[in-house]
Ligand binder design. Structure first.
Ligand SMILES: [Mn+2]
Length: 320
């Protein structure tokens, strides 16, 4: 029996279905979750979507108001993880609910997926989990505006607006199918991501001023502190474009952007456009995860000490 048949049978037999997204959610995981919820609805079933916390304002602007759960004591018949490479990508509360589910499914696109569920469907290196869902369900579903919008948006954001190396002819074929049903979606992206506020501009300016270079300019790091965000009334997501920018500086092989999330807790984004460098190796050494070209992790404690350790691991990856 194929994965799809097993999943469809499980959905058919289930009274309760839950969908799970990873910590520090991004567009791809939220859009995958919402798209899967809509797909399951087409098979006549309701499902509950679990998140760590309410998605960021940027994500909400694209997907609109939706219903999410964060905790539950209920045991679900079917639990489906989307866009999660391993079970620790779920926050503790969500993980408990997933583990208690009677039958567990895992649908993902990460290279390093651990096949942690009873049934796993992993298309390693595909542009996004949204694209995985599109091809998986293509023959069984009817695309409508909302479903196409979720799938297209998650895919668009996870492949850097079709600029990453994960993009191939299949990705563009998927995009072309989807956009027929949501023609205005690119205008939405401009309004939501092309236009930035004063607070975003100010905090980005601060991030540029903070840039440090290591290893003869092969590693570039920007650091934003809690007080920087507070000063400009900016959100952490306002500074997140830095890592992608840093990797574009000639000679830089690893771009690192660091934002202080809570007191002495630092959220780190790693990017590389350099052939042969795999930033997920660095992320894994700090219990983070992600992709070859884009990964994330959390550091705790004194930033200079933590940064030193991070630079050491980055050097190792450059010399690997
Ligand atoms: Mn993803």
């Amino acid at each position: 029996m194929t994965f799809l048949q097993k999943l469809l049978n499980a959905i058919k037999d289930a009274k309760t279905i839950a969908i799970f997204t990873h910590k520090d959610s991004d567009h791809d995981c939220i859009c995958s979750g919402l798209a899967l919820q809509r797909i399951i609805k087409q098979f006549g079933k309701d499902s509950t979507l679990f998140v760590e916390k309410t998605p960021s304002a940027g994500i909400l602007r694209i997907v609109g108001e939706q219903k999410y759960e964060t905790v539950s004591n209920k045991q679900f018949d079917v639990g489906i993880c989307v866009d999660c490479s391993e079970i620790t990508r779920l926050c503790d509360e969500n993980m408990k609910v997933f583990l208690a589910s009677k039958t567990k499914f895992n649908i993902d696109h990460h290279q390093d997926n651990k096949n942690f569920a009873d049934f796993n469907y992993v298309k390693r290196g595909m542009s996004s989990c949204c694209e995985v869902l599109f091809w998986l369900f293509k023959s069984k579903i009817k695309l409508d505006y909302e479903l196409a919008k979720f799938l297209y948006s998650g895919m668009y954001m996870d492949c850097g607006a079709f600029t990453y190396s994960s993009v191939n002819d299949k990705t563009l074929k998927c995009a072309s199918e989807l956009i027929k049903h949501c023609k205005d979606v690119n205008d939405n992206f401009y309004v939501c991501f092309g236009v930035v506020g004063e607070e975003n501009f100010q905090v980005t300016k601060r991030a540029f001023e903070s840039v440090r270079l290591y290893e003869k300019g092969q590693i570039a790091v920007s650091i934003l502190r809690k007080k920087d965000f507070e000063e400009f009334k900016a959100k952490r997501s306002d500074g997140k474009f830095m890592a992608s920018y840093l990797q574009n500086i000639r000679g830089v092989k690893i771009g690192i952007s660091i934002s202080e999330d809570a007191e002495n807790e630092w959220r780190v984004s790693l990017r590389t456009a350099c052939e042969g460098v795999n930033v997920s190796n660095i992320a894994h050494r700090f219990n983070g995860g992600g992709h070859v070209r884009a990964s994330g992790l959390t550091l705790k404690g004194d930033i200079e000490k933590a940064l030193h350790a991070l630079i050491q691991e980055s050097k190792k990856e450059l010399n690997r």
